[in-house]
Design a protein around this ligand. Structure first.
Ligand code: GMT
Length: 378
């Protein structure tokens, strides 16, 4: 198949999934064209089936805003014609599904459009009445629409009310990269690098530090844990909430035990260093970082928001708490860190469950079947 992929190329789960899916499709023998405003940040694969087409968004002074969507649609239409694309896979309803619809019209070709909804396009933008019609248009005008969790699918139906059926296709983990094979060695090296004693337990979180991630709950959870367990909290990433998080850490007087690691390219080593991974968001369609951390052997504690409760099976493969309930989160963490047998049992079940439900082969295959069906129906 000849497949075009458009996503936001910067750091973020939707870009990671789009990129990894493209790489896996190329490995399966398909021709994959990334059509993006920049080279996707995880695209370091040098594969003969992968082509990268970058759009140059010119900032003409006559325009009030740079015309990202129109320029992108125009570029996609050129690539559809030049390479005879059969499928374009757009990640995000707004603006990318709409760019795809425009591109198809501009090209005059019968290319199929698959759109994947990732979360913020629905759970945040879906509340903005000025965008609802545009999101609905992007969904209804696509041939196949997928959502990364059942929860996101339900919310899209409630908030947007599209005519189109939406299929859930879960995210997957790149297990060649994110795995626990060398956990002990890397853990040892990372602890040494950050001056963390061998027996000290490590809690971790990574995100873009937006308000919806509720990192203050993570700090409050850790504050309770560190009173009974010798532990540190490692925060990887950066974003708008950084200053207020630093203030809270100072106020609670836990500065010595909180490591602000900033943005990191090698997040894997941080997952491997960790015993527990926390994701306590108030909105989260899936939580890709959870999967990555879990496959690196860190037991997850998450909120019940959105798709998190589809990824973590409470008390079987990790723990779930109501949004904001840092008391319960701390209790669960103390319980598992004090009981090595319980911890190891949860970890074993967690690795098995991820392998069966979120393995890249399983999910990439689901997309491949959708693409083939669509091409046959054209
Ligand atoms: O979490 C973010 O803020 C980034 C965002 C993105 O656009 O990459 O992530 C969304 O898509 C990911 C991949 O499908 C999901 O794993 C994240 O849960 C989702 N974020 C939200 O729903 C807030």
């Amino acid at each position: 198949m000849k497949i075009g992929i458009t996503c936001y190329p910067s750091v973020g789960g939707s870009g990671i999934i789009a990129t990894e899916l493209g790489i896996q499709m190329a490995r399966r023998g398909h021709e994959v064209h990334f059509i993006t405003s920049n080279v996707p940040f995880r695209l370091d694969a040098n594969h003969p089936n992968i082509y990268i087409h970058q759009t140059d968004i010119n900032d003409y002074s006559v325009f009030h805003y740079p015309p990202y969507d129109i320029t992108l649609a125009s570029k996609i239409s050129e690539i559809i014609v030049e390479y005879d694309l059969e499928i374009i896979h757009m990640h995000y309803a707004v603006p990318h599904a709409i760019c795809g619809i425009l591109a198809r019209q501009m090209s005059g070709r019968k290319v199929g459009i698959v759109t994947t909804l990732h979360g913020t396009d629905i759970t945040v933008l879906g509340h903005d009445m000025s965008l609802v019609s545009a999101i609905r248009f992007g969904i209804n005008g696509s041939d196949i629409v997928t959502a990364v969790s059942e929860s996101l699918k339900d919310q899209t139906q409630k908030l947007i009310g599209p005519d189109k059926d939406i299929q859930t296709v879960y995210n997957f983990v790149d297990e060649k990269h994110f795995n626990a094979l060398d956990k002990d060695n890397i853990k040892h090296r990372m602890k040494k690098r950050f001056g963390v004693p061998e027996n000290t337990r490590v809690l971790m979180h990574t995100s873009n530090f937006r308000k919806i991630k509720r990192i203050d709950d993570i700090i409050r959870t850790f504050h309770k844990v560190e009173q009974s367990i010798d532990s540190v909290l490692v925060l990887v990433g950066d974003g708008p909430e950084m200053n207020s998080i630093r203030r809270l850490v100072k106020k609670l007087d836990i500065e010595e035990n909180v490591i602000f690691a900033g943005q990191q390219t090698d997040v894997k080593s941080f997952y491997l260093m960790s015993d527990v991974f926390l994701l306590m968001s108030e909105k989260e369609s899936f939580g890709l970082a959870l999967l990555e951390a879990m496959n690196c052997g860190a037991v997850p504690v998450g909120s019940t928001a959105g798709g998190i409760s589809e990824v973590i099976k409470h008390e079987k493969t990790g723990y779930l708490v109501e949004v904001g309930d840092h008391h319960a989160a701390a209790r669960y963490i103390i319980d598992i860190l004090e009981d090595e047998t319980l911890y190891e049992n949860i970890k074993a079940r967690m690795l098995e469950d991820i392998h069966s439900r979120f393995h890249s082969n399983v999910i990439v295959e689901e997309y491949e079947v959708l693409y083939k069906k669509l091409i046959e129906a054209q």
